[in-house]
Design a protein around this ligand. Structure first.
Ligand SMILES: *[C@@H]1O[C@H](CO)[C@@H](O)[C@H](O)[C@H]1NC(C)=O
Ligand SMILES: *[C@@H]1O[C@H](CO)[C@@H](O)[C@H](O)[C@H]1NC(C)=O
Ligand SMILES: *[C@@H]1O[C@H](CO)[C@@H](O)[C@H](O)[C@H]1NC(C)=O
Ligand SMILES: *[C@@H]1O[C@H](CO)[C@@H](O)[C@H](O)[C@H]1NC(C)=O
Ligand SMILES: *[C@@H]1O[C@H](CO)[C@@H](O)[C@H](O)[C@H]1NC(C)=O
Ligand SMILES: *[C@@H]1O[C@H](CO)[C@@H](O)[C@H](O)[C@H]1NC(C)=O
Ligand SMILES: *[C@@H]1O[C@H](CO)[C@@H](O)[C@H](O)[C@H]1NC(C)=O
Ligand SMILES: *[C@@H]1O[C@H](CO)[C@@H](O)[C@H](O)[C@H]1NC(C)=O
Ligand SMILES: *[C@@H]1O[C@H](CO)[C@@H](O)[C@H](O)[C@H]1NC(C)=O
Ligand SMILES: *[C@@H]1O[C@H](CO)[C@@H](O)[C@H](O)[C@H]1NC(C)=O
Ligand SMILES: *[C@@H]1O[C@H](CO)[C@@H](O)[C@H](O)[C@H]1NC(C)=O
Ligand SMILES: *[C@@H]1O[C@H](CO)[C@@H](O)[C@H](O)[C@H]1NC(C)=O
Length: 537
């Protein structure tokens, strides 16, 4: 019943004021933005009537001297700035109100009675930086415009709990810092506001103190404790360029609330000139880039509102080193039209890139002096329109020699009455002392010597057309452009003609053809060991 009455009253009130045609505004709210005496003032009020044609006039009345200080026709807005010159004295009590006019009707707001000089309202505090270490949160704030100390109120809560609050004061001119003690495993929200400290005796009256607006609510996560886990995938490798997709994990919720950004540094250009050290600041958890064929280093750290994670560094290795020059790549290099970077290093074992490499943007390959007889490797990178690519990659020697050793573990297998297989372990790059062109194999026996050349990547060779029951010597050496290395030698004797086929198996008593499965080699002595195995099982 009571409810119905209240509604009725409201309706009557609205219709009456509409009928009156002029609705007064709220009382004005006047302040300046800092304690500086040269500061101008701002007055604001609420229009309670959306009527478009209304205009407002601000009146400021010196109540001591009974005279108008200023009146300002301030249009249709609900705010106006008052220049200090229009006021003269601001340290005396003044009455301020707004007169509204609609057509030929006028109405006045209620008055405020204030000492303008005391009405300071700072901008809302801005949190410049937060640093959290477990239960300690250091907050750095912007200073008010006048660079003065201020009175602050801070409030904080665990999500979903009640606000707790505290006040503190800061000093003139020093940094505005505050240390808040929190539960170290909890995430929080905080908010702050501030007011000027009274700067005139007249202003001691706390009624004059104006709080700034509250700063926005800010989430306070835990500090990020671990380095990001980062992965990379090579998507496409062509024309001296590799597309790489990097991706990484976000920290857990309690560390990422309030937002996380990732600072990614990618270095792909080894030379100082035009160094490509890309810095990326992103909120994404993935990044696509393209790199050269050389090693690339990537480092990343995560940043939230209270600090940064430790930095994680990864290396994307150079593409597999070649054992020959990629001449196809070099055909499309015009080093005159592009900026280039030459990168070179010792590649003793043909695989391992040293920690430190040599690089230069203005040296030509022919001017490089490197240790003789040792394999080195070079890349020629180019950059054109921020497109970085590898134009040439090549192993090289300043001077070559013959290999220092022959191949190791030279061995004879698959021996029959007319053939044998010779196998060996490739000469290691370190012992090659030049580019291995091929292996040279001499087979001596039965009064003559035959020579064969075997490609450098082979490690076995089938010797055919041998005489039965004959002794042979096999010598094998590596050859570079500087000549043959030392021989590795092995002797063997071919089987006699009657021995060396399946008939031997039958002779040995293995009648069932299934036994062939376990005895692939048909040497006499191996057959014997086969028989022994048979006997055991
Ligand atoms: C005070 O600050 C507010 C908000 O920054 C601004 O709109 C206003 O113009 C300033 N007033 C004066 C008098 O500078
Ligand atoms: C005020 O304006 C209205 C029309 O807008 C008019 O009827 C009325 O006579 C005016 N009153 C005076 C006092 O001028
Ligand atoms: C509003 O204030 C002005 C200026 O003091 C005055 O002349 C006028 O009579 C007032 N009007 C009303 C409706 O109070
Ligand atoms: C907070 O500030 C104090 C004093 O400036 C300093 O000793 C402390 O190390 C800081 N703590 C953090 C987490 O930054
Ligand atoms: C905390 O807030 C309450 C309610 O706004 C207020 O009464 C009290 O004075 C504040 N306490 C401090 C220390 O600011
Ligand atoms: C933060 O969250 C992770 C994963 O949810 C949890 O393992 C860890 O204990 C939490 N840290 C603290 C300090 O509560
Ligand atoms: C990212 O980190 C690097 C190295 O610490 C720093 O120089 C750079 O300014 C950071 N970038 C951003 C946007 O913070
Ligand atoms: C990455 O972030 C940028 C803004 O920083 C955004 O424009 C872009 O769409 C994001 N990409 C992905 C794949 O999320
Ligand atoms: C990155 O590259 C991968 C593979 O080419 C593609 O699937 C993905 O959409 C790309 N991401 C962005 C952010 O461009
Ligand atoms: C780099 O070149 C200089 C001079 O050419 C040489 O003394 C140095 O050993 C080289 N360093 C490496 C890592 O190759
Ligand atoms: C030759 O090969 C056999 C079997 O493959 C092996 O047992 C023997 O150790 C090898 N000899 C040498 C010298 O490597
Ligand atoms: C290797 O053996 C072959 C054939 O016996 C011989 O002609 C050659 O001189 C030997 N090479 C070396 C370096 O001893």
């Amino acid at each position: 019943m009571r409810m119905r009455v209240a509604v009725l009253v409201l309706v009557v009130y609205v219709s009456l004021t509409e009928a009156a045609g002029c609705v007064s505004t709220s009382r004005p709210h006047c302040y300046k933005n800092s304690t500086r005496t040269e500061e101008d003032f701002t007055c604001e009020w609420d229009k309670r009537n959306p009527e478009k044609s209304q205009t407002h006039t601000l009146h400021i009345w010196d109540s001591e001297n009974k005279k108008i200080l200023t009146h300002k026709n301030c249009c249709k807005q609900a705010q106006t700035n008052i220049l200090l010159e229009e006021l003269g004295v601001t340290e005396r009590k003044t009455d301020i109100w707004i007169q509204t006019q609609v057509g030929n009707l006028t109405c006045n707001s209620s008055k405020i009675s204030v000492i303008l000089e005391c009405k300071v309202k700072y901008s809302k505090p801005q949190i410049l930086r937060m640093e959290r270490l477990a239960g300690i949160l250091n907050i750095t704030l912007d200073k008010p415009k006048d660079n003065k100390g201020a009175k602050y109120e801070i409030r904080w809560r665990e999500r979903g709990s009640e606000w707790q609050n505290a006040t503190f004061e800061t000093k003139d001119r020093t940094k505005d810092l505050y240390t808040l003690h929190l539960q170290y495993t909890e995430i929080y929200q905080i908010q702050m506001r501030r007011q000027a400290k009274p700067h005139l005796h007249l202003c001691k009256d706390s009624l004059h103190a104006l709080w700034s607006d509250w700063s926005p609510v800010v989430d306070v996560p835990l500090e990020i404790s671990r380095t990001p886990v980062i992965r990379w995938v090579e998507n496409n490798k062509a024309n001296g360029n590799r597309d790489i997709t990097l991706s990484w994990d976000a920290p857990p919720y309690n560390e990422s609330v309030g937002g996380v950004k990732y600072n990614l540094t990618i270095s792909v250009w080894p030379c100082k000139i035009n160094q490509k050290k890309m810095d990326h600041f992103t909120v994404n958890q993935t990044y696509n880039t393209s790199i050269t064929y050389s090693e690339a280093r990537i480092s990343i750290f995560a940043t939230n509102t209270v600090g940064s994670s430790p930095r994680k560094q990864i290396t994307i290795p150079a593409v597999k080193h070649l054992s020959y020059c990629d001449s196809h790549m070099s055909s499309n290099v015009n080093t005159k039209a592009m900026k280039t970077c030459l990168e070179w290093y010792k590649l003793e074992d043909g695989e391992t890139r040293p920690e430190k490499v040599n690089k230069s943007y203005n040296t030509a390959l022919k001017d490089i002096k490197v240790e003789n007889f040792v394999r080195h490797y070079y890349f020629l990178h180019t950059v054109k329109k921020k497109h970085y690519q590898t134009a040439v990659m090549c192993p090289f020697y300043s001077e070559q020699r013959a290999p220092i050793n022959g191949p190791a573990n030279v061995n004879i297998s698959d021996l029959t009455h007319e053939s044998a297989v010779v196998s060996w372990i490739a000469i290691p790059v370190m012992e090659q002392r030049g580019f291995l062109q091929h292996y040279v194999i001499w087979i001596s026996g039965h009064g003559n010597t035959k020579v064969h050349k075997v490609p450098a990547h082979n490690t076995s060779f089938l010797i055919k057309d041998l005489h039965p029951a004959t002794s042979y010597t096999v010598s094998i050496a590596g050859r570079t452009e500087a000549g043959d290395g030392p021989n590795s030698t092995v002797n063997f004797e071919t089987h006699s003609k009657e021995m060396g086929t399946e008939t031997q198996l039958i002779m040995a008593g293995l009648h069932h053809p299934d036994h062939l499965c376990c005895c692939p080699l048909v040497y006499y002595n191996l057959l014997r060991s086969c028989q022994e195995t048979e006997a055991v099982t």
